[in-house]
Design a protein around this ligand. Sequence first.
Ligand code: PBG
Length: 324
Amino acid sequence: MYPLNRNRRLRSKQSLRNLIKETRISPHDFIVPLFIIEGSNLKEEIPSMPNYYRYSLDVVKKEVKELWNIGVQAVLLFVKVEDHLKDNFGNEAVNKNGLMQRAIKDIKSSVPEMTIMTDVALDPYSTYGHDGIVKDNKILNDPTNLVLSDMALSHAEAGADVVAPSDMMDGRVLSIRKALENNGFHDTGIMSYAVKYASSFYGPFRDALDSKPGFGDKKTYQMDFHNRSEAILEAKSDIEEGSDIIMVKPGLSYLDILRDLKNQVHCPLAIYQVSGEYSMLKAAAKQGWLDHDKVMMEQLVSMKRAGADIIASYFAKDAIKLLS
Ligand code: PBG
């Protein structure tokens, strides 16, 4: 009872505050998303994501080495697919010699200890910019799962440690898991974007990969952001189907969901601080309206505090530099 209990007492000096700190972040908490393009010696800034780049294979290898040297232990690969390789069926997605498959091999051979995670979804490969096969303006579920399984398998064959289906088709985790098991890839992990909302925060990412949906939106497969219980349903079904890690996406606006999951499911949880979240802070900081580094750290810590075991973030490198 006041004044015997004064909550300010333990806040009185930094060393004491450090002692009672409940949440700490470290370089090992992060997954760094990487955008890869064809070509050589290329490092292109993404206009809507200041200070974030698309790399050609030769340059991305150097970037991954640098990341490893500062303590990053996981990267998540995305490729920008050339227009002439796009179709409605993801044929290029399963090409054993495709950009993704080559990227996995190259990165694996230059930094073998790095955990390589790969995005599994059709949108960068789709003429329609949708995550699945399109017929009569509908996104087909089961035929898409067949392609996604082949795609995941080709990533595993190239050396991916973890495949990350981000498409939100029903049953795709089971289908991918079976394909991996049947082909001897018992140790390939699945990080399912089980809880992925139809969000307007993905805009800059779609610029980065030139993967905007050509018609409609993604609301028939990604979740409605008015919903909360549905997140538990999605996570539980993906865990039953064989997912090892569950991802919540986007980040900051969905911390309530993350905490619900933390309380109800018992596998590692990842959160994806998405492109729009990155760009908002970059823009505000450029105006001088927010302190970039302080707001960045506050946001990352709040994700971990809410229950994230893993954070996928475009800020990872900046944050790690500050931590050390
Ligand atoms: C595609 C995919 C998206 C993101 C990751 N994988 C975009 C989308 O679903 O339209 C978004 C990431 C970001 O905004 O940073 N399957």
